[in-house]
Design a protein around this ligand. Structure first.
Ligand code: 87F
Length: 479
């Protein structure tokens, strides 16, 4: 099994550990095109769970799904040149259709503002046409130079929400409501705690009034953005001429928001919860919550144990616990243990001859690797309880890690020392000048990940220039 499990330690060779964990657990495989991956059934199933959760939440709040075209004509993309300028080098283009050269090249969507807002202009005439609250689940292409499975791939999957409202306040509330749904998804489902806040002027999406963000901390001390929610104000409605006649019978520009999460969340799950044996999946997102493994040594035990394992598995499924029975004859129990540990299944139930005699099963927790016996009559109750405990434990473990990786620093020296040490978020006072932000980025690679919503108490001078500080912000190196 050593040749198919993860062969390096997470704490020693993090990057290699990550790649092995992703490939060997069969989450993903490399595609023939550089920077592209196959989202194999195991990761796609996780993505579907993310979709199920988020889709339900946005439907409850009045959003609808739609689908816009993959191709964006160059002239349309460049219409919003100011906001997209920095991004154009990342576009992939279609120049030929069949055997004829196209008159105008077509971008493969790197995001869908332009194509969607062209239609919004057509559809929005009066305040009665608002709000428009559309979302689309689709693939996106960006020609990235450095790539890594899930975290940065040239083609990825995401959802992009694009809304238009009659008032500024409504758009503000929308951007914040979505951020809160993202936080619920991250913390309650993925068991990944986040810091939330606002991006600085230089880190925000250029087309936005302001950008809201969720930032998680990875085991190597680098931050990972888990999602983003923009208040676009009237920026795009002015550029795309999205006007409506208000109840006041006057003409107004629509107030807009946009927001997205991507398949990089799967990469975060791997990094945050995984261990030396491979993935550790939170029960709420795991494709299988329980694997049942029959164990017998003698042929005469076989039928009895297999039928018991099957009935246990049936009982669990009936109660809505997603369960797989691994009754493959061609693998040993030990091999199966390793494989399902590598795949991060939260609970393994073992059923051997002694367990049958004692009317029990043995449950092994993936997060703590603890084994306990469970009475058959308490199977459902105990299994559900352990699943909840695992979910809580993973979140708490990650919370402790996050708390432990927020360091308040008063001087630039302290900043650099902390960064060289364990990294993480560096909480510092800042004068709000872009020059200081820029200097720190150049010298240390750290960017301001967020400005917290609630102003925090100032505790030093500006981390960079030593002058009067304006606010407390969180710096980190980031993925
Ligand atoms: C790459 C190429 C072209 C990011 C790009 O954050 C355009 C872009 O507009 C681009 N990379 N962006 C910003 C995306 C903004 C916004 N779009 C909707 C989101 C969430 C979903």
């Amino acid at each position: 099994m050593s040749d198919s499990g993860v062969t390096v330690k997470k704490s020693e060779q993090f990057s290699e550990w990550y790649t092995q964990a992703v490939l060997r657990s069969e989450l993903a495989d490399y595609a023939p095109v550089k920077g592209c991956i196959i989202f194999r059934e195991y990761s796609y199933s996780i993505w579907e769970k993310i979709q199920d959760y988020f889709d339900k939440r946005i439907r409850e709040t009045g959003h609808k799904n739609a689908y816009f075209p993959l191709f964006v004509p160059e002239s349309l993309l460049k219409k919003e040149a100011e906001h997209f300028q920095g991004f154009v080098p990342e576009c992939a283009w279609v120049t030929v259709g069949g055997d004829t050269e196209l008159e105008e090249r077509l971008a493969i969507r790197p995001t869908s503002e332009t194509i969607m807002y062209l239609m919004y202009k057509k559809w929005i005439k009066s305040w009665r046409d608002l709000p428009i609250k559309l979302n689309q689940w689709c693939n996106i292409v960006r020609w990235e130079k450095a790539t890594k499975p899930f975290l940065r791939t040239r083609e990825f999957l995401w959802q992009e929400g694009h809304t238009a409202h009659t008032t500024k306040e409504e758009a503000e509330r929308e951007a914040m409501d979505i951020l809160e749904i993202y936080r619920d998804l991250s913390e309650d489902v993925l068991a990944i705690p986040v810091l939330i806040g606002k991006k600085t002027e230089s880190e925000k999406f250029a087309g936005a009034l302001y950008t809201l963000t969720l930032e998680a901390m990875m085991p190597d001390g680098k931050a990972l953005q888990m999602g983003t929610s923009h208040n676009l104000g009237e920026n795009f409605s002015k550029a795309f001429d999205i006007r409506f006649i208000g109840e006041d019978e006057k003409e107004h520009y629509a107030w807009q928001t946009s927001w997205g999460i991507t398949t990089r969340l799967i990469g975060a799950l791997v990094m945050v919860h995984g261990d030396d044996k491979g993935l550790v999946l939170p029960p709420k997102i795991a494709p299988y919550q329980v694997v049942v493994i029959p164990i017998f040594y003698k042929e005469i035990e076989r039928d009895l144990i297999l039928s018991k394992a099957a009935s246990i598995s049936q009982r669990l499924k009936k109660e809505g616990i997603s369960t797989i029975l691994d009754d493959r004859a061609e693998y040993t129990p030990g091999w199966k243990f390793n494989q399902w540990e590598l795949k991060g299944v939260p609970i393994r139930l073992e059923i051997g001859p002694r367990d049958i005699k004692n009317k029990q099963v043995v449950a092994a927790r993936r997060d703590t690797l603890e084994r306990t016996t469970v009475k058959e009559e308490e199977l459902i109750e105990t299994t559900s309880q352990i699943l909840e405990e695992i979910q809580d434990n993973l979140l708490n473990r990650a919370k402790k890690f996050l708390d432990n990786h927020i360091t308040s620093v008063k001087t630039y020296d302290e900043f650099k020392k902390a960064q060289k040490g364990k990294g993480g978020f560096l909480r510092a006072c800042w004068c709000s000048n872009q020059a200081c932000e820029e200097k720190i980025k150049e010298e240390t690679g750290a960017t301001i990940r967020l400005i917290p919503f609630k102003k925090e108490k100032l505790f030093a001078t500006c981390i960079c220039c030593g002058s009067e500080p304006k606010e407390v912000v969180y710096f980190a190196r980031a993925y």
